[in-house]
Design a binder for this molecule. Structure first.
Ligand code: ADP
Ligand code: ADP
Length: 244
């Protein structure tokens, strides 16, 4: 079985923020294999963020299904989703770190889950967990920043803490929603290099929303192109036509 099988996935928003476009996402079919690195590209408003969030149900899809490791998670109860969320980690554009805590405490939060974001004391964790958190920070080049407060780190460093925090969950896949959209080109490249390398090393699949087609071409095994909520392209970087 594939890691993720996505069938007819769609989302219509209603409420005050809904725009003229009826479907934020519509009829998206795709399959993600274990260890694959997939880029999702498309202009702003194309549905990239909605797509990722429907996969782990941060947003409830309006139609379609998501099957993770052979199990349909589309209608899983909220309480049962928590277990799924440890295997489907997520990284956000705005990092979602707890800024008054240091890097290693933020990484360790990946173990507690996101309900406990304020349980910051290092005493809560075993020595093994702390050693593992340190090791993961070291893997993304932040060993010497482990005890620096998150708000003292650069944007690229913050996102690398985000990667380490995702890794400590031992996920099967990491969903990355515009992970480099707030970064300058140099930090963006560094984050992409770390993300690509560590996920390959750990055999973790990765789906990354990107504005930059060039990074998608350079780093991904496969590219999915979205436009106005629909999948308009899917293929390897070699198969991308200039218009995408
Ligand atoms: P992208 O990530 O590609 O920029 P999004 O998934 O954020 O695209 O948005 C897709 C469409 O859904 C856009 O038209 C956007 O305005 C709309 N949308 C996103 N979030 C909401 C929301 N919470 N309520 C209403 N419409 C939304
Ligand atoms: P709630 O159910 O009260 O919204 P959660 O613990 O589910 O709280 O989520 C709190 C925060 O963590 C939110 O900002 C959410 O976007 C984020 N979050 C939820 N699931 C994940 C995940 N799998 N990986 C990373 N962050 C997540």
């Amino acid at each position: 079985v594939p890691l993720l099988k996505i069938t007819g996935l769609g989302k219509s928003y209603d409420g005050p923020r809904a725009t003229g476009q009826r479907h934020a996402l519509q009829g998206v079919d795709t399959t993600i294999e274990a260890g694959e690195f997939v880029a999702v590209i498309g202009p702003s408003g194309a549905g990239k963020s909605t797509f990722l969030r429907c996969i782990n149900r941060l947003i409830e899809p309006s139609e379609g299904s998501v099957v993770f490791e052979g199990r349909d998670i589309t209608h899983l109860r909220r309480g049962d989703l928590r277990a799924v969320h440890t295997k489907i980690a997520m990284i956000f554009q705005n990092y979602n770190l707890v800024y008054r805590l240091c890097a290693i405490q933020n990484v360790l939060h990946g173990r507690l889950g996101y309900k406990n974001a304020l349980a910051g004391a290092l005493g809560l964790y075993t020595e093994d967990e702390k050693a593992r958190a340190f090791e993961l920070l070291d893997e993304v080049g932040l060993g010497e920043f482990a005890y620096r407060r998150a708000d003292q780190l650069s944007g690229g460093q913050k996102q690398r803490v985000g990667i380490a925090r995702a890794l400590i969950q031992d996920p099967k896949i990491i969903l990355c929603d515009e992970p480099i959209a707030s970064l300058d080109p140099k930090s963006s490249r560094m984050v992409m290099e770390h993300l690509c390398r560590v996920t390959r090393q750990h055999g973790i699949a990765c789906v990354v929303n990107l504005h930059q087609v060039d990074f998608a071409l350079e780093f991904s095994d496969r590219i999915i192109g979205l436009r106005e909520g629909e999948k308009v392209f899917e293929g390897t970087p070699d198969e991308v036509t200039p218009q995408v």
